[in-house]
Design a protein around this ligand. Sequence first.
Ligand SMILES: C[S@@+](CC[C@H](N)C(=O)[O-])C[C@H]1O[C@@H](n2cnc3c(N)ncnc32)[C@H](O)[C@@H]1O
Length: 284
Amino acid sequence: MTSSGNLEHWEDLAAFHGTGRDGYYDVPALVRGDMSLRDLESRAVDLATGGAGVSGRRVAHVQSHIGIDSIHLARLGGKVTAFDFSPTALLRLRELAELCSVDVRTVVADSQQLASSPFAAHHGSFDLVYATVGVISWIADLQAWMAGAAALLRPGGGLALLELHPLLCMLESADPVVADFPYLNDGGRHYEGTGSYANPQADLTWSIDQYAWSLGETVNAALDAGLRIVRLDEHVAAPFDPRGDILTREDDGMFRLRLGQGAEGERPEPLPILFTLVAEKPLP
Ligand SMILES: C[S@@+](CC[C@H](N)C(=O)[O-])C[C@H]1O[C@@H](n2cnc3c(N)ncnc32)[C@H](O)[C@@H]1O
């Protein structure tokens, strides 16, 4: 189910990110404690926990990468378990958690397998499943991913998924506009290239498979997994460029995507770049 090229790619990125060679994963700032969840992530957590937040709650961070957010969630008082298919990412995460003096448990897992029996010990164990930015485009079977999230949650628990908007995923470039990725799932596309979203100049080569998931397909996968949709928000501005090199930073410091022409003399209106899906595992 998992493309071996994808795992190799993420093993490479996990060894590279946060080692002082990219401008995205600022480990010294993380260790100093002067970073926390951004507003978009905090709002998703609030919505998925009914305003209760993570303190004292059991949090499954799915596709945690090297665990920057896992550490933030643990600092906020969450009892965090990080799941990722990259052993290197989870090794780095454990090292970072130790540097930051927080506890985060780690589980190596393909997220499409989380509903299956090898992970039964984790089923029904979490108040919150948290997954953000750059997660589902690696997933061939989104129904299996959502079934995994639903299996991890206790009844009444919430899923917070903050993700790249499928419209932004379509674009290879904003200027000139190059749309080389489908909006609806078409079974996946194969790409080869170099660099990282955190440093396009990084000396890394990759051969990967990525999957388009429209908003409708994502919502339907959650419904098919038995989740109740609490909220779906689309965002046209973000305090960061989730792809590293495609959005424009504007005078207010926020990043936006504007294509083509606006009304005469006006800038074009911004397009959606991220979305937040909040869903709940119903009580029996
Ligand atoms: C873009 S990162 C998530 C980034 C995270 N939001 C951050 O800012 O660090 C995507 C993560 O998904 C993981 N991943 C990709 N495919 C996976 C799969 N099938 N199962 C589990 N983890 C997977 C990668 O190892 C990587 O850590």
